[in-house]
Design a protein around this ligand. Structure first.
Ligand SMILES: [Zn+2]
Length: 52
């Protein structure tokens, strides 16, 4: 699994998402933002490989 750091384009809030696929293939990801309390576009700002 890879931990992806995503930043909401609306509020600038960051969230971490655990997914098994490469989010760099997507320019933007449309997911729920808890701050906006709505689905918004998020950009990928970084990732972290998990060793286990
Ligand atoms: Zn937001």
């Amino acid at each position: 699994m890879t931990k992806w750091t995503l930043r909401c384009e609306s509020c600038g809030g960051e969230k971490v998402l655990d997914v098994g696929f490469n989010l760099y293939e997507f320019k933007r990801v449309y997911i729920y933002c808890p701050k906006c309390r709505a689905n918004t576009f998020h950009i990928v700002v970084g990732h972290e490989e998990q060793s286990e």
